[in-house]
Design a protein around this ligand. Structure first.
Ligand SMILES: [Zn+2]
Length: 252
């Protein structure tokens, strides 16, 4: 059975109507408080991503520096061997005996081989450096973009946060207004329920069950709940009950 929203609201007990209103305001407050609470976490999360990318780049740059040092060492080594070869070759004409000449040629050959190896190693290091230069450049470009994105997101989140703060203040004022009309004892019970029942103190009865704890309401109690004229609580979870099957609660 469904009823029209206006009729339903007109027939509600005034205290019950206020309690339903209060619960709706509190639901909005709870949602907002939770959303607001995680904003600094969201900011920290995007900041961490950026910091990680920056750290990875710094590590790569440090590796690059080491590689450059390696290149220098290899260049010195190659240079030494080249100097040695030059000296050896310049002495060739001074050699007298055949035996000495053979030994000399072997030494030249060995040196040339060492030079070949040193050149190859140097080339590998240079290729590596070239590759890393490209990597570092693109990583730097990505970080510029990531930084812009981070600042943009941070600003957006901070704007959201202050907007939520304003909304929260409005809701608290609205809550105060609703609260003023509620009888003191009911209000205190409501607050206790809100605290011990996970933020839910006023619930509808749907399909004959309390929507707070899902317990089936006894038929006689259900008949009373359906009238929405008395303050009735669930015998199991003690939440305030109202009936409005197929209706959206007031104020949502
Ligand atoms: Zn219940």
């Amino acid at each position: 059975m469904r009823v029209k929203s206006e009729e339903w609201e007109a027939e509600l007990n005034e205290q019950l109507r206020l309690l339903i209103n209060l619960q709706n305001v509190d639901k909005k407050i709870q949602r907002l408080v939770e959303e607001k609470r995680i904003i600094p976490l969201k900011i920290a999360e995007v900041e961490k991503k950026l910091k990680n990318a920056e750290q990875a780049l710094e590590d790569k740059k440090a590796q690059y520096k080491k590689k450059q040092q390696e290149k220098k060492e290899k260049e010195i080594l190659l240079d030494d061997e080249l100097q040695r070869l030059k000296k050896l070759k310049s002495r060739t004409s001074e050699i007298k005996t055949n035996k000495e000449y053979q030994a000399h040629m072997v030494e030249i050959e060995t040196t040339e081989k060492l030079i070949g190896e040193a050149e190859e190693k140097l080339l590998t290091v240079m290729e590596q450096l070239e590759e890393w230069t490209l990597e570092i450049n693109s990583a730097e470009e990505r970080i510029v973009d990531a930084l812009k994105e981070f600042q943009c997101k941070k600003e957006q989140l901070e704007a959201d946060d202050s907007q939520m703060g304003e909304l929260l203040n409005e809701l608290k004022m609205e809550r105060q207004k609703v609260t003023e009309g509620i009888e003191r004892e009911l209000y205190e019970t409501y607050n206790t329920l809100l605290r011990v029942r996970g933020g839910l103190a006023v619930v509808p009865v749907e399909d004959g069950s309390c929507m707070g704890c899902r317990l089936q309401i006894p038929p006689q109690v259900f008949n009373d709940v359906k009238k929405n004229q008395d303050i009735i609580t669930c015998s199991y979870c003690h939440r305030f009950l109202y009936w409005g099957e197929g209706l959206r609660p007031v104020g949502t």
